[in-house]
Design a protein around this ligand. Structure first.
Ligand code: PMP
Length: 363
C-alpha cells in the first residue's frame, strides 16, 4: 500500500516511529510480559515513565524550575473550565481575547462558570483588505484589574496564528492545543500554558498544563478535586488514576521529538512545510486563503477553492490519492491541511503536487 498522508486536525497523526514502537510493545512492555496499560499507575515502572516524560518535556521546552508540569484529564475544553475554577474565586475577573472559534468557545465556558460580570472580552481579529488580521491593543492602558488574560495562540479551525507572547500587566494564560512544541517559545512569559494532547503530543483525552508556581495561590472556586491544579501538583498528577496509555504515548512522542533534534529542528521543517503550501495557494489563482500573511497558521493551513462547486470532487480525488482528512471544519467550510510535527515534508510535497495537478485539470 502506498503511503497515506493524514491531514486531520485532531485527533491527528502520530509519528510513525512512535506508532511502530507502541505496536511492538503493545502486549509486553519493558519485559514485564503485560501491556503498559495493564499495570498500576503507582508501580515503580510507571512512575519511572512519568518522571522521564516530564524531564524530557522540560528539556524540550526549556521549562523553568518555578513551573509545574501537570498531566490532566479533559483535553482542551477541560482546561477552559479549569482556568476559571482555579483562578476566579472571590469574584476575580479575567480578560479574554477573541481571535476565532476556539477562543470564543473558551469565553463561552468562562461565562458559563463565572458569569458575565467576571469575564471581559476584546475581539482582536478584524478583516483588513479582505484578510483576517490580528492586532493586540495596549493592555497597559486598560483600567481594570484582571487575574489573567486568556488567548488562543493558534486557532485550529480558522487557520489563524497569533502571538508567541503578549505584553500584559497580568499573567497570560494561553491555549496552545494546536501549536505546542511546533516552534520555540519562552515559557517564562506565561502564567499558564495548556494543550489538549491530540495534535502534537499524543492521543485525545489527556491535557498538559504548565503553570507558574505563584498562580497556584490565586483564590479558586469550589471544584472537582481532579481538576484542581494544586491538588494535581501535590499528587504528581495522580490524585486519581490517570490516562496511563495516553501518558505512555506522550512520553514516546517526547522521546521521538528529542531524537530528531528537538523543537529547533522540527520548527525548521514546520516552516518549510507551511511555506510550500502557502506558496502553492498564493501562486495558483484556483485557490485562496483569507488570512493576513503575518497571522497564517503554520499548523493548520486553511484554503478554499475559488469555485467551491469543485470541493467534493477535490476531496474525493485527494482521498483516492492517499491525501485524507482535508475537509475544512464544518463551521468555516473549505479545506484545511493540518501539518503538525508528525507530518513529514513528503506529505506536504505530495499535497502540493496534487493541488497543482487538480487545478490544471479543472481550470
Ligand atoms: N483549543 C484548541 C485550540 C483546539 O484546537 C481544540 C480542539 N481541536 C480545543 C481547544 C478543544 O480540545 P478538546 O476537544 O480536547 O476539548
Amino acid at each position: 500500500m502506498s503511503a497515506i498522508y493524514n491531514f486531520c486536525a485532531g485527533p491527528a497523526m502520530l509519528p510513525q516511529a512512535v506508532m511502530q514502537k507502541a505496536q511492538r510493545e503493545f502486549i509486553d512492555w519493558n519485559g514485564l510480559g503485560v501491556s503498559v496499560m495493564e499495570i498500576s499507575h503507582r508501580s515503580k515502572e510507571f512512575i519511572a515513565l512519568t518522571k522521564q516524560a516530564e524531564s524530557t518535556l522540560r528539556e524540550l521546552m526549556a521549562i523553568p524550575d518555578n513551573y509545574h508540569v501537570l498531566f490532566m484529564h479533559g483535553g482542551g475544553r477541560g482546561q477552559f473550565t479549569n482556568v476559571v475554577t482555579n483562578f476566579l474565586g472571590d469574584n476575580g475577573r479575567a480578560l479574554y481575547l477573541t481571535t476565532g472559534q476556539w477562543s470564543r468557545s473558551a469565553i463561552q465556558e468562562a461565562r458559563r462558570i463565572a458569569g458575565d460580570q467576571q469575564i471581559d472580552e476584546i475581539n482582536i481579529v478584524e478583516t483588513v483588505n479582505g484578510l483576517q488580521q490580528v492586532t493586540l491593543p495596549d493592555l497597559h492602558s486598560l483600567d481594570n484589574d484582571y487575574r489573567y488574560v486568556h488567548y488562543c495562540a493558534n486557532e485550529t479551525v480558522d487557520g489563524i496564528e497569533v502571538f508567541d507572547s503578549i505584553d500584559s500587566p497580568w499573567p497570560v494564560v494561553a491555549d496552545l492545543s494546536s501549536t505546542i512544541m511546533s516552534h520555540n517559545i519562552d515559557v517564562s512569559r506565561f502564567g499558564l500554558i495548556y494543550a489538549g494532547a491530540q495534535k502534537n503530543i499524543g492521543p485525545s483525552g489527556l491535557s498538559i498544563v504548565i503553570v507558574r508556581d505563584d498562580m497556584l495561590s490565586l483564590p479558586s472556586l469550589v471544584q472537582s478535586s481532579i481538576m484542581d491544579y494544586k491538588i494535581t501538583k501535590d499528587n504528581d498528577s495522580m490524585f486519581n488514576t490517570p490516562p496511563t496509555y495516553a501518558w505512555y504515548l506522550a512520553a514516546e512522542v517526547f522521546e521521538w521529538l528529542k531524537s530528531i533534534g528537538g523543537i529547533d529542528a522540527v520548527e525548521k521543517v514546520n516552516q518549510q512545510k507551511a511555506d510550500l503550501l502557502y506558496a502553492c495557494i498564493d501562486s495558483n489563482p484556483f485557490y485562496k486563503n483569507g488570512v493576513a500573511k503575518v497571522n497564517r497558521s503554520r499548523m493548520n493551513v486553511t484554503f478554499q477553492l475559488v469555485d467551491d462547486s469543485l470541493d467534493a470532487k477535490f476531496l474525493a480525488q485527494a482521498e483516492a490519492a492517499g491525501l485524507v482528512a482535508l475537509k475544512g471544519h464544518r463551521i468555516v467550510g473549505g479545506m484545511r491541511a493540518s501539518i503538525y510535527n508528525a507530518m513529514p515534508i513528503e506529505g506536504v510535497q505530495k499535497l502540493v503536487a496534487f493541488m497543482n495537478e487538480f487545478a490544471k485539470q479543472n481550470s
